[in-house]
Design a protein around this ligand. Sequence first.
Ligand code: SF4
Length: 384
Amino acid sequence: MTGVGVELGSRPTQVPAGTAAADLLAIDLAEWRRRVETATAADVGRVIGAGRGRAADLPVLLSAAATARLEDLAAAAHRLTVLRFGRAVRLFAPLYLSNECVSVCTYCGFSAGNEIARRTLTVDEAVAEAQALVERGFRHVLLVAGEHARIISKGYLEEVVRALAPLVPQLSVEVQVWDEATYRRLVAAGCDGLIVYQETYDDDTYADVHRLGKKRNALWRLAAPDRGAAAGMRRLGIGALLGLHGDWRAEALAVAAHAEALTRRWWRCEVQVSLPRLRPAAGGYEPADPVDDRSLTQLVCALRLCLPDAGISLSTREPAALRDALVPLGVTTLSAGSHTEPGGYAGESDAEPQFEISDDRSPAEVAAALRSLGYDPVWKDWQR
Ligand code: SF4
């Protein structure tokens, strides 16, 4: 990202100094990308031999020379994952509060232009959904909503968080980005995690796929994790939608650099990355640059070695067999039994889902699969 030429709206168009966003913008990611093409077998051997690296080593591990050593890379990633995280995988569920949205994003089923059944849960309905998730074992719930500042207002979100906090010890939000003061209100109400995917770190692609709405202001979004951390969020999640931009390696490099910058600036926070592969969605969206399974495997291993302390999350967008295979290589967090339509847990909902899921196993089945792999499914690891 360059920090210029992005949309505007009423929000600042530059990121504040002293933030991870500013640190990221100071990195020459184009030079990192060039190093993917020039990395040698000796470079790969050096990073794998060291057993861990830094974000700046990621170009080496995404290179063709590293592809040729995928088994060694996987073995090193597995060793480091067990060393750093043990044999434990955290489970969470997304709770979709609303699919209302005034933004137009070309890749999303909730996009304002799509003629879909829309619904916003009342606070009581959100509680019923959370109760259904608690009964399935979850103690970590991610609240998700489209961007509609009137319907999914600050006050509404605050009320939902306050109502759910006594039921659910870990509550995160993945909603439109807000200012620090609003994040403080959410933290005070009982929210402890903030997920903000930048979607794409490429300026032109960002402008192209975000056609209307506040989300067009890329830099306001880029600095949202900093604002959340300043407000007291304990966990930060970032990511890019693989397939949106024509070069997934460039996106992965940006995510890794951003994660490392966040870890440095906000060392008390737990930073987690996610690299969801785009799936077909309402509106006829098809991913422009699909990432194959072998490449995704290399990416997970490479991220583990280059971000040794970061969580890596994998959603139900991915098929069951692949999710199971990637757990030993670095994945630390899985969603399970997900519904991506509001109201999908407590009963039948006719609201449109955001995207199709691939792994449709129940939470209990995912937990059983983890146990059979020798891993502990962790439903709860924190209490306010
Ligand atoms: S990605 Fe978010 S802002 Fe864009 S259309 Fe979907 S819900 Fe709305």
